[in-house]
Design a protein around this ligand. Structure first.
Ligand code: SAH
Length: 236
């Protein structure tokens, strides 16, 4: 009887491990990259490699770990969400990164997008307006060994002038207009990807030229609204 009980426990333990162990997550991640990202046209190998590496399940609340690699956004607390994997990959690819860039992100959230960027570029400066999220993302990124990500709590509408200009800017909360401070903090030749709009938003690629700012519409998207200054200056 004792031996039977022991064997049952062992089997149960192995089964549980099989369902949520690192190997299972790694397989789910590989499938995510193949089926949700590469199959939909993301071609940049730097982006695929980064998405293959970052353990997304460690950026979502424990009760959602089993769905971490699913094809949709997930709640991360405080009414905020971690974006769908495809959107993270698509926006990262749109920045056209080579590897030596300094990137600004607005809307740290879980820190996942920042980690994906950190796998590719030289340094990532990321701003989060909710103090608890900024703190937990910073802790998580540090624990995972990301030394090239710098988290700040504050209103990203104003950018991070002390570290400007940036080679690229990625905005993951939606204002209804393009924040001028972010355009000002972008290098000439630099790219910014930003969702613009209220309920219905358009992802826009901005390329800063010497004398003008080029705007290219990309995809219809759904992000949480940008808070703070963006709402004060919201256009009716
Ligand atoms: N990039 C995140 C997901 C972003 S969710 C990830 O990978 O998990 C959008 C985040 O933007 C939320 O955490 C929200 O609190 C934050 N946010 C909203 N308005 C902001 C502002 N003005 N400045 C900085 N962060 C802001």
């Amino acid at each position: 009887m004792g031996r039977f009980l022991w064997l049952s426990c062992l089997l149960l333990f192995t089964a549980c491990k099989g369902g949520s162990g690192e190997g299972t997550y790694a397989r789910a991640r590989e499938r995510m990259v193949r089926e949700q990202i590469e199959a939909r046209g993301v071609k940049d190998s730097l982006v695929s490699a980064a998405m293959r590496k970052v353990p997304r399940h460690l950026f979502v609340p424990e009760r959602h770990r089993g769905e971490a690699y699913a094809d949709y956004p997930l709640p991360i607390g405080h009414g905020q969400t971690i974006s769908q994997p495809y959107i993270v990959a698509y926006m990262t690819e749109a920045l056209g990164l080579k590897g030596d860039e300094k990137v600004l992100e607005i809307g740290t959230g879980s820190g996942y997008q920042a980690a994906v960027l950190a796998e590719i570029v030289d340094s990532v400066f990321t701003i989060e307006i909710i103090p608890e999220l900024a703190r937990s993302a910073e802790k998580r990124l540090k624990a995972l060994g990301y030394r090239n990500v710098f988290v700040r709590c504050g209103d990203g509408y104003k950018g991070w002038p002390e570290h400007a200009p940036f080679d690229a800017i990625i905005v993951t909360a939606a204002p209804d207009h393009i924040p001028q401070p972010l355009v000002d903090q972008l290098k000439v030749g630099g790219r910014m990807v930003i969702p613009i709009g209220n309920v219905f938003q358009q992802l826009v690629l901005i390329i800063k030229r010497e004398k003008e700012v080029e705007k290219r519409p990309l995809l219809p998207v759904r992000f949480v609204p940008m808070r703070g200054e963006a709402q004060k200056r919201s256009r009716p």
